[in-house]
Ligand binder design. Structure first.
Ligand SMILES: Nc1ncnc2c1ncn2[C@@H]1O[C@H](COP(=O)(O)OP(=O)(O)OP(=O)(O)O)[C@@H](O)[C@H]1O
Length: 335
């Protein structure tokens, strides 16, 4: 069994998720300790626990020590992933982070993987579902990963209750070279509210548009069905590979600030010389590794990217070459 130190780098949940994914791809078992050691609430939270359960059901894995707040875990998959599953995170834990585990495993899937997940769709420190669809899944489709998601209901902190349907098919990851990007022709986006006045979504949109004044824009306003209250905005560039940014509303945060935060972050992404944004910088790591020979330039090298590369190197016989410094543009290569 491979031994993984969950406190490596930022010591967060992604070490577990990437280990689960790569374990299912290679069918190498692993033992992880110090799970989420550097988080204020260490150990497995609901989202991580459900990710382990999901991956274990898909591959008929043997697991030991699976409990809420466990800081250690053993996982050994038996079969190639496939199946149809309904899973309820039970909290506002991120649906998109749970789905992160499955995407790399489509490269070895025996059959379709269809999942209905309940939980949070637009929650802090995770990809909002509109980012996941329009940036993560969009870019992965381009490199051969056959996946799609449909958002049926939104889920916000603290109640969750969002519903997303995921469909994935056996896929072959293509080698890719994303070292350049084109300047954006247009900014697309969605400014949304649930169970709050629609005016908030219009104000978020307006303040984002004011900052993005020199670009063509197509930002739609939506009122989404949900159990709880929530607002936010997701923006992405059109032309070439999409760069994305987002901001969530919260009590006491003016709608104008939500819109301007997302727009300013997007401008920073555009001004930097990178083909993918800082979040895709870490999310593409496993796919570059699985393709065996790929390169891409991220707008900002993060600790998550470095840690993700470290995890993938434990499972695959590859080395990442990362040229650049943390916080700056960087080229990530596998060959
Ligand atoms: N605003 C965002 N837009 C897109 N992707 C995001 C955003 N915020 C975070 N992400 C992605 O979500 C993932 C977060 O990983 P991280 O390890 O921080 O989660 P986590 O550690 O599981 O959190 P926790 O330990 O609390 O569960 C990363 O892949 C990151 O790129």
């Amino acid at each position: 069994m491979l031994e993984i130190d969950g406190s490596h780098g930022e010591g967060g949940g992604q070490i577990l998720r990437t280990s689960l994914a790569l374990s299912c791809v290679t069918r190498k078992g692993f033992k992880i300790n110090n799970i989420r050691k550097n988080r204020s609430n260490p150990g497995l939270s609901h989202q991580h626990l459900k990710s382990v359960e999901l991956m274990s059901e898909l591959t008929n894995a043997e697991i030991e020590e699976l409990e809420l707040r466990s800081t250690e875990l053993k996982f050994k998959p038996k079969n190639k992933p496939k199946g149809e599953i309904e899973i309820d995170i039970g909290t506002a834990g991120s649906i998109c982070l749970l789905l992160q585990c499955i995407l790399p495993t489509l490269t070895v899937a025996e059959d379709e993987i269809n999942i209905k997940v309940k939980g949070g769709t637009d929650v802090k420190w995770s990809p909002p579902v509109d980012y996941f669809k329009n940036i993560t899944v969009y870019i992965l489709n381009k490199i051969g990963i056959k996946a799609d998601i449909k958002t049926k209901k939104r889920g916000y902190y603290p109640k969750g209750g969002g519903l997303v349907e995921f469909r994935g098919k056996p896929s072959e990851v293509k080698q890719f070279d994303f070292s350049d990007n084109q300047s954006p022709e247009k900014i697309k986006g969605v400014s949304y509210v649930s169970n709050l006045p629609e005016d908030i979504a219009h104000r978020q949109k307006k303040s984002a548009e004011d900052i993005l004044d020199k670009y063509k824009k197509d930002i739609i306003v939506k009122k989404f069905e949900a159990i709880g209250k929530g607002t936010g905005i997701v923006l992405w560039t059109k032309n070439g590979l999409p760069l994305g940014s987002s901001s969530l509303g919260e009590p006491g945060k003016p709608a104008e600030e939500v819109g301007s935060e997302a727009a300013e972050n997007l401008i920073t992404e555009i001004k930097r010389n990178g083909a993918v944004d800082r979040y895709m910088g870490d999310q593409l790591v496993p796919f570059a590794g699985l393709s065996g020979n790929s390169r891409y330039k991220t707008t900002q090298l993060t600790q998550h990217t470095l840690t993700n590369a470290w995890v993938v190197e434990r499972f695959l016989d590859i080395n990442y070459k990362i040229k650049g410094n943390k916080g700056k543009e960087a080229l990530i290569e596998v060959n």
